[in-house]
Design a protein around this ligand. Sequence first.
Ligand code: ZN
Ligand code: ZN
Length: 266
Amino acid sequence: MIIFDKYETFNRAKQLLKSGRPEELRYACLELRYCIEAICYEKLKLYEKHVPEEVYSTWQPKKVMETLHEYDPFVMENYELRIWSEKPDGSRDKLILTEGHTNLRFEVLKKHYNKLSFFLHVPTLKQQKNKGAEVQDLKSYLETILPEISAAAANTFDSNLAEVAQSVCRECGQPILRNVESLKNNPVAICKNENCKAEYDVKVTEEGKTLWKLRQLDFACPKCKKKNYFGRHFLKEGQVINCFECSSKYILNRPWYLAARDEDKT
Ligand SMILES: [Zn+2]
Ligand SMILES: [Zn+2]
């Protein structure tokens, strides 16, 4: 949607700031909010395959970026992309493209996104009375934040350079993707299928491979005494668990114990 394009919104804010009329400065705040949102959503689109579906329904840029940061710790880092042509033997030939990408700093997002909305409301009666403390020099404020946003608004390309580990969920068959770098700090992966949410412990080996282990809990069947397992993601009130050996069914209750089902009580 061109009307919400990051570059278009940024330029409109710039023009409104140039005029400097107090009533137009308010519209510049609105355009800058659109611009920040457009930058964040563009980033989200790049990571579409990797983030849970519920993130798509959120409209808060801060939440979007926090989620992306969990997936890719370098999501907010600036970088330079270089592309070389290739010789027939597969080795590097000439450098054909060098382009920098500047990300919106997380601090700018945290500090200014909400602050800009302050100017989109009529000051409360208390604020109107308290002029000395509340009246701000909006023009100079906007002049200071414009350079903070301009480079991110002007980016013409972006790429998701994260190294990704992939597996298939044992429980539901859906692919699961995780960023290798963030797995080193938080070695857990959760299936993003809302009806599954199976949990895996993921170990990154020295060779860079990943070993995925479904988190399981064990119990001894009260009836046949055989040792059983079930996925930790089944640990919820009222969940029915089967014994592999004798097929007895049990309900999970908090504090967690296996209770006989009403229909089995004779
Ligand atoms: Zn699954
Ligand atoms: Zn049993």
